[in-house]
Structure formats: structure tokens, C-alpha cells
Design a protein. Structure first.
Length: 181
């Protein structure tokens, strides 16, 4: 029997995560939010926009030519939210890289921990980073969610995600962080 030809695996998709500047990046952040939350998930537009947005730390994942493909928000009170990745970029480490950036910033700010409201389908994703479920399932904008938290003081949550079997994406995502102003 002949040996099968060797085909190297394709390289991971090229993207970088950086700290956003609201005054510059707000239109691109708004476009991702519109496409993911309003159009794809059916969140009413009135529920999506918040007055605190300009006061939060935002992180953007960019692909070639500055195309914003994912976003995450960290509020001053330690709440992570508005995590969104455009469909063609999902399951490629973009969300992991964004969450890693938000967790790093939370630690740098000296926060005791962080919390979030995870869409129920994403609970396992957050658990890979050390988040713990708290309380019963609830609905927000008609979508089931669970509250989750990390208490940094208790030594929970390493910055790098726990890899799934056969998932090199999580470890690679942590290496892609590029935070610039």
C-alpha cells in the first residue's frame, strides 16, 4: 500500500486582539453588535444600546485590513459582556482571545473578580476559563442565560483556557493577544 501524501494542516486564521478606542472604534463595534445580537439573535434594538458603552473598556478582534470580526466589553464593575464574533470566525479562537484580553485587563485593574451573563449555549466555553455558574437559568431579551463568575482572590481562573481534546485553538488564542492603544 502506498503512503498517503502529507498535507500540512492549514495555518490558524490571522487575527489580532487589541484594546479599542471608543471614539475611533465605536462604528465597527456597533456593526458587530447589530449583526450578531439584533439581526442574528433577534435582540430588540432598544435593548442593545446602553449609555455606559463609552465608559467601558472594549476589545476588538481584527482580521486583515482592520476588519473587526469580534468584540468584548468590560465594565468598571467587573462585568464582561457584549461578547460577539461574526459567524465565519467562530470556533477559530477569536472568542477565547477576546475573553483572555478582558480577563487580563480586569486583573490589571485590580478587580477582585469578574462576572457575566452567559447565553446558556456558551456556558461550557466560559467554564474552560474557570467561570462558575451561579443561580438558575433566566431569560434576557428572550434568550436563556446563566450568571457566571470568577473570584480572582480565591485563585480561580487562569488566563489560559483549559483546552478541549483535540483543540489547539484555545492555547493558540492566548498567544494572539496584542493590546495596543
Amino acid at each position: 500500500m502506498k503512503n498517503a501524501p502529507f498535507y500540512p494542516s492549514s495555518p490558524p486564521p490571522a487575527f489580532a486582539v487589541r484594546t479599542a478606542r471608543w471614539s475611533v472604534d465605536e462604528p465597527a463595534i456597533a456593526e458587530v453588535r447589530r449583526r450578531v445580537f439584533i439581526v442574528e439573535q433577534g435582540v430588540p434594538e432598544a435593548l442593545e444600546w446602553e449609555a455606559i458603552d463609552a465608559d467601558c473598556a472594549w476589545f476588538v478582534a481584527e482580521a486583515g485590513a482592520g476588519l473587526v470580526i469580534g468584540i468584548a466589553r468590560l465594565r468598571a464593575d467587573g462585568r464582561i459582556g457584549r461578547m460577539a464574533v461574526l459567524p465565519p470566525w467562530r470556533r477559530r479562537g477569536v472568542g477565547a482571545a477576546l475573553l483572555t484580553a478582558a480577563l487580563s485587563e480586569a486583573r490589571a485593574r485590580g478587580l477582585a473578580g469578574v462576572h457575566l451573563a452567559a447565553q446558556t449555549h456558551a456556558v461550557r466555553f466560559y467554564a474552560r476559563f474557570g467561570f462558575r455558574v451561579e443561580g438558575a437559568e433566566f431569560f434576557d431579551a428572550g434568550i436563556p442565560h446563566r450568571r457566571m463568575y470568577i473570584d480572582f482572590a480565591c485563585g480561580e481562573a487562569g488566563i489560559q483556557p483549559v483546552s478541549r481534546a483535540g483543540d489547539a485553538v484555545g492555547d493558540e488564542a492566548a498567544r494572539r493577544i496584542l493590546t495596543t492603544e
